[in-house]
Design a binder for this molecule. Structure first.
Ligand code: WTA
Length: 653
């Protein structure tokens, strides 16, 4: 892995902020100074300045029982009040919160006052359904304003949301509903993607069809007007909202009240329910959104293209921007519908000034060519952000030059579902940016790169990225599984002298100036189009198919999506004659789509007769990755039977 990126470290291009950008910068050098001087005092100040506390806190951090942190824990606040009511009370009720653009071309602009009143109604509906503080509500919606309303309504009453990305299958939905024991599901009849209606309600029906579930009520937003089957537990969202008052006074909850669970793939077959709480999460969400995006809420139009089903959508579509009173664009559909310039058209239409997206999207646009963005006026853009996967310098340069008109700063931001908010990033008014580097820890965050031995690697060397001090928006645990929380993240160096270190699962290098370059995952987690997928989860889905005896999955390099899912499958002897390889590949790809969702569908499936294993029986994924990427096969000395690689490569020709 380090071989592939060595050349990047000789990247010599440097882009300081323009004098005008620097002069108007929200961030100042003093942030780094204050944080270095008194890290906890710095975060306490941010929490007080950025948020409204119904009851002020006196304790900043309780780290007496690591890795279980408590931030601001004797304080009380209401997350939705911070995102809504206080802006209205401050006189900004007429400011647009959401410029929503539906894929078919319908649109709605919703002010802070309107959004507040919608959320109050939705909160009253949830209360009427018996949802109480601490209860879990599953949200399975397309990118429509109701998704934001639903999340904030749940937060407003102190309940906990679990948003499940609309691309996940009924089975994935069910396992997440069960794990969190959700009492209500909020969904829609469907949504628009790629010019078609994608049904959602049928997936909820399928998910709840078998056995008893914890779900009492399914609230259904009418988005497409398509026919839906109706069950006793179903209620129309619009009817319920119309029947309740839009008065609701936000109650304060303790800072450590759970805010949401978000499931993400780990190294085992079972997704982890990452738990985030209120005060610390909202502090770092608001802080990073303001400083990294240089936000001027009175004039900026911000657009983060992430779906609310992912952490980026939670922190940088819902909580960060709304806590800061920003005006933002929310778009339902795909970038190329109905034409390949759709995103650029939206930027022109709303005069978007800040764009935050993923390298996969940028690389896709590069392939289409600069003639598409050049048809539109993109001069409103003044800042570009990237997230989700390493951005190669070529894509970074294209982003800056073609989308950013050669002058717009690009910030690459590293973070995770678990970290809750941005951890490593340039601050655009201060940092001299380098194409491809995530650069430095944000103020108040302590990052290091360590060798396997737990020692700092030093400038010019690679190792493992760690967070060395607790941070406000850190995950508070894995839902229902404290042991897994400790084992997964905190036990790599159990004897670290200054307390437990958080191991992120990413490799990184420090360049000669000490800037951080991300190298990708070092575990069995893949990153496909910026989405995290577990090799083990897809393998267990494949072996659940009656035709499959054994399966191994690897993430192979892909020019556009970063990585792609490639599976190696051994078919049961009894099935080998029955169907052709092409047929069985198609069947298995459809099977994975049904079990997990289209995002996990393998790009390729190779039918093989053996899998390379170590003498202890562990599949050697490294070798399979070599095969999948068309490389010469690496070191096979630990392989139990070296002839196997020959069999596999021969079989694939
Ligand atoms: C990867 C998304 C390189 C990384 C916010 C991390 C990145 C995983 C970057 C988290 C970046 C995210 N450069 N790699 N700027 N941002 N990653 O939980 O491997 O969906 O561990 O959170 O994405 O993915 P997640």
């Amino acid at each position: 892995m380090s071989v592939q990126i060595d050349h990047l470290l000789h990247e010599s291009r440097r882009f300081p902020p323009s004098p005008e950008f620097a002069a108007a910068s929200v961030a100042t050098e003093s942030l780094y100074e204050q944080a270095a001087e008194d890290r906890l005092g710095f975060w306490a100040n941010q929490a007080r300045e950025l948020l409204h506390w119904h009851k002020p806190f006196t304790r900043t951090l309780d780290w007496t029982n690591p890795p279980f942190a408590k931030w601001f824990d004797d304080g009380e606040l209401n997350v939705a009040y911070n995102c809504l009511d206080r802006h209205v009370l401050a006189g900004d009720g007429d400011r647009i919160a959401l410029h929503w653009e539906g894929e078919p071309g319908d649109s709605r602009s919703i002010s802070y006052a309107q959004l507040t009143s919608e959320v109050k109604r939705a909160a009253n509906v949830l209360i009427g359904l018996g949802v109480q503080a601490g209860d879990r509500v599953a949200i399975y919606l397309p990118m429509i304003p109701e998704a934001v309303v639903a999340m904030l309504a749940v937060a407003r009453i102190g309940a906990v949301h679990s948003v499940i990305f609309g691309g996940f299958s009924a089975e994935s939905l069910r396992s997440r509903i069960d794990d969190a024991e959700a009492v209500v599901v909020i969904t829609a009849d469907g949504g628009y993607r790629k010019g078609r209606v994608t049904p959602l309600k049928p997936a909820v029906d399928a998910a709840l069809a078998s056995g008893d579930s914890s779900v009492r009520t399914v609230l259904v937003v009418e988005r497409t007007g398509g026919d839906v089957e109706w069950n006793e537990r179903d209620k129309w969202w619009h009817e319920e909202l119309a029947a309740v008052s839009d008065e609701h006074e936000a109650q304060a909850f303790p800072a450590e009240n759970p805010l949401f669970i978000l499931y993400t793939s780990g190294t085992t077959g079972k997704p982890k329910g990452i738990l985030h709480t209120s005060g610390g999460y909202l502090t770092q969400a608001a802080f990073t959104h303001k400083q990294v995006f240089d936000l001027k809420p009175e004039k900026d139009v911000y657009w983060c293209t992430a779906d609310v089903g992912w952490i980026t959508g939670h922190t940088y579509v819902v909580y960060g921007p709304l806590a800061n009173g920003a005006t933002q664009v929310l778009y339902e559909g795909t970038p190329d519908t109905p034409h390949p310039g759709r995103w650029w058209e939206i930027i022109e239409k709303y005069k978007v000034s800040i764009l935050y997206t993923a390298p996969t999207a940028i690389r896709t646009f590069m392939k289409i060519g600069r003639q598409e963005p050049q048809k539109f006026d993109l001069t409103s853009l003044r800042l570009l952000g990237s997230v989700g996967e390493p951005i190669n310098p070529e894509a970074w340069m294209w982003y800056r030059e073609v989308i950013g008109n050669h002058v717009t700063p690009v910030v690459d931001t590293w973070w995770q579902t678990e970290t809750g908010a941005i951890m490593v990033s340039a601050l655009p008014g201060l940092t001299v940016v380098k194409p491809g580097a995530a650069q430095v820890a944000i103020p108040g965050i302590s990052i290091d790169v360590l060798g396997e031995d737990g020692h700092h690697v030093g400038h010019g060397n690679g190792g493992l990225l760690v967070v060395t001090e607790p941070w406000p928006s850190m995950l508070r645990g894995i839902w229902g599984d404290p042991d897994r929380f400790i084992e997964t993240y905190w036990e790599k160096w159990p004897d670290a002298p200054n307390g437990p270190l958080y191991f992120a699962g990413d490799g990184a290098r420090l360049d000669r100036e000490g800037d951080i370059w991300l190298l990708g995952r070092v575990d069995d987690v893949m990153n496909v189009s910026g989405h995290r997928l577990s090799t083990a989860e897809i393998e267990s889905s494949l072996v659940a198919h009656p035709a499959v005896a054994e399966a191994a999955v690897v993430g192979a390099h892909d020019e556009t999506t970063g990585q792609a899912v490639v599976a190696f499958v051994i078919i049961k002897f009894s099935q080998t004659d029955a169907v052709s390889h092409a047929d069985i590949s198609a069947v298995l790809r459809a099977h994975v789509t049904l079990q997990i969702g289209a995002i996990a569908r393998p790009r390729e499936i190779f039918i093989v007769s053996e899998l390379p294993k170590t003498r202890s029986g562990k599949i050697m994924r490294r070798l399979l990755r070599d095969v999948a990427e068309g490389r010469e096969i690496g070191d096979t000395t630990t392989l139990a039977d070296t002839s196997i690689m020959q069999i596999i490569t021969d079989g694939m020709r």
